[in-house]
Design a protein around this ligand. Structure first.
Ligand SMILES: [Zn+2]
Length: 243
């Protein structure tokens, strides 16, 4: 029997938590991912508060409505996640997947006085002129105003490098979001490693960086296939992800 859209989204989102934990990109029992399930983007799935990514099952995911403030009263809903993911799904209905992490290398770049990702290779060039930067970290966000401010920064850009904090990636599908946050972390690992040599970098020209970024934008199917391959690895390793 064919799965409903919500059932498939539950499986994809649960698998993403397993994959990210498998790759060591999670942090303690913090961080949140969400995925829209309704056509208007306002009904969305979110991971429950303080559950380790590697233990999240499809049936654990909370179904919330971005227009319903009562969702904040659910004891399994993390206040910061509701403030940020709720506002993004309310204000940016085209967004189907929202991933927030504090991966080590991306966060290190986000902690620079001027967070930036110069195009020095194929991975970093993917992000050329395509990442919004928030330089106004003010402590743990738990207000709708802060969520709305962050959603405003994402309007027109799909990635937000969150200064002194981490990263937020949005995408039209879970596969594209997963591959994007993975490649961003890989980019920052290459960049930090290159910077750590103390040698001058050979930064790509704007023309080559732009051409490379457009090349990436033309292969969204590569991103989705990366996710399908990782998902299959997780499913083979642990069939309970489907529960
Ligand atoms: Zn965070």
């Amino acid at each position: 029997m064919a799965l409903s859209h919500e059932e498939q989204t539950r499986i994809d989102l649960a698998a993403t938590f397993r994959i990210i934990a498998h790759l060591g990109m999670h942090e303690a029992v913090a961080n949140h991912f969400s995925a829209a399930v309704s056509a208007d983007g306002k009904q969305f799935l979110l991971n429950p508060k303080w559950k380790h990514f590697s233990r999240i099952r499809a049936s654990d995911l909370l179904l919330l409505n971005a227009d319903d403030p009562a969702c904040a009263d659910n004891p399994n809903v993390d206040a910061t996640a509701w403030s940020i993911h709720g506002q993004i799904h309310r204000l940016l209905p085209q967004t189907r997947a929202v991933l927030h992490l504090h991966p080590v290398y991306t966060t290190a770049v986000a902690c620079l006085a001027t967070p930036h990702i110069p195009p020095i290779d194929q991975n970093t060039a993917r992000y050329f002129n395509r990442v919004a930067v928030d330089e106004l970290y003010g402590g743990m966000a738990d207000t709708e105003a802060e969520g709305a401010r962050l959603a405003g920064l994402l309007d027109g850009k799909s990635r937000l490098l969150m200064g002194n904090h981490g990263v937020m990636v949005t995408a039209p599908s879970m596969g594209e979001a997963f591959d994007d946050i993975w490649t961003l972390e890989r980019s920052c690992q290459i960049l930090v490693t290159a910077w750590s040599t103390g040698q001058p970098l050979r930064v790509l020209s704007d023309d080559v960086a732009e051409k490379t970024a457009r090349g990436w934008e033309g292969i969204a199917d590569f991103s989705r296939q990366h996710f399908e391959e990782m998902k299959q690895l997780m499913i083979e390793a642990d069939a309970s992800v489907l529960d």
